[in-house]
Every structure is written in C-alpha cells, then in structure tokens.
Design a protein. Structure first.
Length: 361
C-alpha cells in the first residue's frame, strides 16, 4: 500500500511514535551527523549533506527544498540493538542464598530515518543473533521485537558509498514498518507492516498516483547514478581463499593501526566479550557484555597465546570474515556498502581498493 502525505505531516508521524517509543534518529552534533534520542522532529539534520572521502569527513548546509538531504549517520543503529556495554545478569547473595536476576530491556525504540544500508545491517544482525542462531540472544530479541522502523529513500549518497555493489538500492525494499520517499511536493509512504498501517490510518492521506510512483522511481535512479565507488563481487569468496597467504596482507598490515575504528562503525560487526564485575562488600556480581574487535590482541588469545599476533593477520581476519567466512556462516556477504570504514580509517585504508588489489594480482 502506497499513499501520499503532506511534508508537514512528518511531525505528526513523529508525534504518534513519541507517545509509545523512544525515538532514535540522526542528529547534527559537534559537526558530525550522529545518532541520538530526540524530542523534536526539527532535531534531524534537515538541509545538511556529508562530504566524505578516505580519512575525511565534513558536513555543510545546502539550499535545497528537500528535507532528507543527508545520507546516513556516522555511526550505525546496532548500538541500540547490541549496546557497547550492558549488564545481562546480576547475582546477589542474601541470607546464604544466591539470587540470579536476568536483565532484559523494556524500552521500545523507533528508528526514525534509517537508510537501506543500515536496514540491511539489521537484517544481517537478525541472522546472527536470532534467525540462524541455535541459541537466540534474549537481549537482542527483546529489543528487536519492540522496534518500529521508519526507513527513508536516499537522495544524496556520499563519495564512499558502494551499496549498489552489495545488491542494495537507495530505496529499501523490506524490513521497515513504513518507508518514506520524499518527493518535491509531498511524502510517498509505503507501508511495510501492520504497525505501519495502523499509524498511517491515523493521518489524512490520499492514494499514490502513477505519476507519484514515477517520480519516486526517478529519484531512486538519480541517486544510483551518483554512486561512483564499486567493487566486483563475482567469485570474491573464492578469490580470497586463494589469496589467504598473499604478501599483500603484509603490505596492508604495515599501514593498519589496529585501532578498531572499522569494527566500531560497521553496521554488521557483532563480536563481544563477557566480563565479571564482583563486589564482595555488597555480596554482588554482575556479568557484563562489552563490544570486542578482531583487531584487539586479546581477541584471538587462546590459552595465553595470541594466534593472530601480527596486525596483518587481524586485518585479514576482518576482511575475509566480511567477504568469505560470512558467506559460509550466514549465506551472504557481511558488508552493506555504507563506506563508513573508508571515511573513519585514520590510516586511509579503503577496502574497495584492497579488494581490487587482490582481484588484480
């Protein structure tokens, strides 16, 4: 079902969601488009665009009649589904008895303005934590089941975007409750769930015309034309397996700082560690889950021995997991083409260049 709303009704969608959900959306903070809980629709960075290259990021204000001028936030939404740190089990001792308290989140989130790359990232994490996991994660499942997703069609990709190489389009095709494609004279709304239908039914709207749909298709095609970066994924998994001992890994290792930036801002990296925090005075212990990274020296430590002592071997693990191992684990690539790892790598390493290097060798 596709309908048309006036642009002014965007605030009504927000108002309805705010009554039931904690709304998370892109915001402009410290000259970076980030993610945050918002209280007002005007907190979104309307009228701004990102300028992104290798190891470069800036934002600028543009004169444009469109609201959703920017591309996507600098950080992915995964931190609300799989937080950087959280306590999932608490153990207390009273009168000689142990009490085990499982921590399950109760907050209901609405992701307001999520693009195709991040939406695909959530779909991939769904497989990791729920769909293809023999022991579904109760924390992730709880947040996911109470999530409302407002997706938006991209109009201005950055220079590091290569989502089309990963079989995505600027316009999301599924996984949302409602999808907004902004037209010059209104908002084309596609309903993707029963929750989305109930929300839109509360607002005055008209049925989308053929002309409206043509305008939306043209916006999508124009955005695709702007995407210049690409990778060739044909037989890529097999190529990586053949190049697992290639000397080029050592060349990358000389440049890589193992800073973990790429894993922090990747929409699909999910590795974590579990630590214990004990308080003998309070007779209490907490089991805490924290983000980890395959670039950390301790990540591959087994029986006090690190099996990936070189940075080159850690970078190889990361890149091959995305484009080789992941296909065997989950049936597809672990990359969505958002390009964040290119922008935020302090060493200026561009995985699209490195993939071309391996393919051309």
């Amino acid at each position: 079902m596709q309908v048309i709303l006036e642009k002014d009704q965007l605030k009504d969608i927000f108002r309805i969601l705010k009554k039931e959900y904690t709304v998370i959306s892109p915001v402009l903070k410290d000259n970076v488009i980030q993610l945050s809980e918002i209280e007002n629709i005007n907190q979104l960075p309307f009228g701004f665009i990102e300028k992104e290259e290798k190891n470069f990021y800036s934002v600028e204000k543009v004169e444009d009649d469109f609201l959703f001028t920017y591309c996507r936030p600098s950080i992915p939404y995964k931190r609300y589904l799989n937080p950087t740190e959280f306590t999932f089990l608490k153990v207390t001792k009273k009168d000689g008895n142990l009490e085990f308290i499982e921590k399950i989140p109760e907050r209901k989130y609405a992701f307001f303005d999520i693009r195709a790359c991040d939406l695909k990232g959530i779909s991939i994490l769904d497989d990791v934590f729920i769909n293809k996991n023999p022991h579904p994660d109760p924390y992730y499942t709880s947040v996911r089941e109470n999530l409302f997703i407002v997706a938006v069609t991209c109009v201005n990709p950055t220079n590091v975007c290569f989502c089309t190489s990963m079989e995505l389009s600027p316009k999301p095709v599924n996984g949302f409750d409602i999808l907004i494609t902004e037209l010059e004279d209104g908002l084309l709304i596609e309903i993707g769930s029963e929750k989305g239908r109930k929300l839109i039914e509360k607002l005055p709207h008209r049925k989308a015309s053929e002309n409206d749909l043509k305008k939306a298709d043209e916006i999508e095609k124009n955005c695709i034309k702007k995407i210049k970066r690409n990778i060739n994924t044909d037989n890529l998994t097999q190529i990586f397996y053949l190049k697992i001992e290639d000397h080029h890994w050592q060349e990358i290792g000389k440049r890589c700082l193992a800073c973990t930036s790429c894993t922090q801002i990747c929409p699909t990296c999910f590795c974590f560690d579990i630590i214990e925090r004990n308080d003998p005075i309070e007779n209490m212990s907490e089991r805490v889950r924290i983000w980890d990274s395959c670039f950390n020296p301790s990540f591959a430590t087994v029986h006090k021995f690190n099996i990936r002592q070189s940075i080159a071997s850690r970078y190889r693990q990361w890149l091959m997991h995305k484009f080789a191992y992941w296909t065997e684990q989950f049936g597809g690539f672990g990359c969505v083409g958002c390009g964040r790892c290119i922008t935020w790598c302090p060493a200026g390493i561009d995985l699209t260049d490195e993939i071309k290097n391996f393919r051309d060798k």
